[in-house]
Design a binder for this molecule. Structure first.
Ligand code: ADP
Ligand code: MG
Length: 234
């Protein structure tokens, strides 16, 4: 069963008299444990699409199924609950909470959605910090670690609830080449380990070289879908 199914999906932003047709009828599906990316020029609708998949913004029309659930018409509250249970996010600018430590940032999603006993929760957080190579950095604050380390923490935070889908909007845009490669490798490792689906938006050729399928967006329309030579690998 596909993790994401979109049918004739449309998103039109309306502000006063101005209408922006950001996504203009796209169809696609994404399979479990895949590593895929939406690519396209700035303004082509990548973030809009990821935001709809992540239940951050509802579609204007069409159908959108995520992890087997129709999310087209969720209430704000149901959308929030759905996000908390099923989706992890990784952002371009990391979005860590500055007043929380690294450990507390990773712990945060567990406090929001799941009623875990404290010791089990702490153990899970430490396990995720280990998995992303940040085991001994838990007491630091985001301002005390590098960009690459912040993105590692963000990956741990995205996966701590066992989310089966991670949405990463230009996750390497603020990283240098070497760090970006490390973060991409880490995400791929996590995909292999936890069978999480990773959906990116990016301009970054390093991500494009690593994904199995690229969906090319132009002006809100899906132009092409390319499968990497050799198909599913990694
Ligand atoms: P990308 O992520 O590919 O750069 P976006 O999805 O951010 O593209 O934007 C697609 C189009 O929708 C652009 O024309 C952008 O200006 C417009 N847009 C995005 N968000 C909003 C919004 N909240 N209100 C109005 N227009 C928006
Ligand atoms: Mg964007």
């Amino acid at each position: 069963m596909s993790v994401i199914i979109a049918k004739q999906l449309v998103k039109t932003y309306v502000a006063g008299d101005i209408k922006v047709e950001a996504i203009r009828g796209v169809d696609f599906s994404i399979e479990p444990a895949s590593f895929v990316s939406f690519i396209g020029p700035s303004g082509s609708g990548k973030s809009t699409l990821l935001n709809m998949i992540g239940c951050l913004d509802p579609p204007t029309s069409g159908e959108l199924q995520v992890v087997g659930q129709d999310i087209t018409n969720l209430s704000r509250q149901d959308a929030a609950r759905f996000r908390g249970e099923h989706i992890g996010f990784v952002f371009q600018d990391f979005n860590l909470i500055p007043v929380l430590t690294v450990f507390e940032n990773v712990e945060y999603p567990l406090l929001m959605v799941q009623n875990w006993p404290t010791d089990k929760r702490k153990k899970r957080v430490q396990e995720m910090l280990d998995a992303v190579g940040m085991a001994d950095q838990g007491r630091k604050y985001p301002s005390q670690i590098s960009g690459g380390q912040k993105q590692r923490v963000a990956v741990a935070r995205a996966l701590v609830t066992n989310a089966k889908l991670v949405l990463a909007d230009e996750p390497t845009a603020n990283l240098d080449r070497k760090t970006a490669n490390m973060v991409i490798d880490l995400m791929k490792l996590m995909r292999n380990e936890y069978k999480t689906t990773f959906v990116f938006s990016t301009h970054d050729p390093r991500i494009v070289d690593n994904v199995e399928i690229t969906f090319e967006l132009e002006d809100g329309i899906l132009q092409r879908q390319k499968t990497a030579a050799g198909g599913h690998h990694g």
